[in-house]
Design a protein around this ligand. Structure first.
Ligand code: NAP
Length: 241
């Protein structure tokens, strides 16, 4: 059966690039493209109008009802899901010292970056089991205890939590033939990193390069099972936890 994909945060940034890259593959059956606000995701709307393999649907990871509705939309269109890419994410604080980050930033980051992907994975697990599916949790090098240079505590804690969830889901679902991978997408020039669009910015990649890299080195690596429970960079290297 041709593979089916679900991308969260598909309206812009790396998420939109995943959709575009998957559409270049002939055997893609459906791409379920989750966006918080369909009306403002105009580029994705144009893509979906031109190609009926793209199914846009509303998804707010901060809202459990929205997550359950999303799972019902997917189940109504396909008996199984091949790949879930938990891409959507939010970085509340950029430079505030850890000593001053307010509780609301921690709660928001946890809800969007950790709990949302976990609840969505729970809701879609029955469909993923039917295809021997793959879950890619888009994390960050800032979620690595060894690599984070001491930045963005709320965001970093939420991504470290997502990393932990990745390994636990992997350990508990081995028999069900579903694979879970945490991915670092690189340093990517998107709305999340406006600094990278300034002259003299640090080395970085485009959203297209990031999405293509994750697809090539993880999703279509040809050896997905060997990546289970690992933290892999967009260019296919192991990231220390
Ligand atoms: N850019 C980097 O250098 C970098 C580095 C490491 C990790 N990452 C990770 O890569 C992923 C993609 O980031 P990006 O750079 O493409 O960022 P982006 O351009 O800021 O896009 C973030 C996406 O997440 C969606 N989103 C945010 N909160 C959401 C929620 N509550 N429910 C559903 N969707 C939500 C946004 O939707 P709206 O359009 O509705 O806001 C948007 O589509 C994130 O998980 C991020 O943490 C990025």
């Amino acid at each position: 059966m041709a593979p089916t994909f679900l991308i969260t945060g598909a309206g812009r940034g790396i998420g939109l690039s995943f959709v575009k890259a998957l559409l270049t593959r002939d055997n893609t059956a459906f791409i379920f493209a989750g966006v918080r606000n369909i009306a403002t995701a105009t580029e994705l709307q144009t893509i979906a109008k031109a190609d009926n393999r793209v199914v846009m649907f509303p998804l707010d990871l901060d809202d459990e009802g929205s997550i359950q509705s999303a799972a019902r939309v997917v189940a109504s269109r396909t008996p199984s899901l091949s790949v879930l890419i938990n891409n959507a994410g939010f970085a509340p604080e950029k430079t505030t010292p850890a000593a001053s980050v307010p509780s609301g930033d921690f709660l928001q980051a946890f809800r969007t970056n950790t709990l949302g992907p976990i609840l969505l994975t729970q809701a879609l697990l029955p469909l993923l089991e039917k295809s021997g599916g793959l879950v890619v949790n888009v994390s960050s090098l800032l979620g690595s205890i060894q690599v984070n240079p001491g930045r963005q505590v709320a965001y970093a804690v939420s991504k470290a939590g997502l990393n932990m969830a990745t390994t636990i889901f992997q350990k508990q679902n081995k028999d069900k033939n579903v694979t879970f991978v945490a991915a670092h997408p690189g340093t990517v020039a998107t709305d999340m990193r406006p600094d990278l669009r300034q002259p003299g910015a640090m080395p970085h990649i485009t959203a297209e390069e990031s999405a293509q890299g994750i697809l090539q080195n993880i999703v279509f690596s040809g050896n997905v099972a060997a990546l289970g429970g690992r933290f892999i960079t967009w260019d296919g290297k192991d990231m220390p936890w």
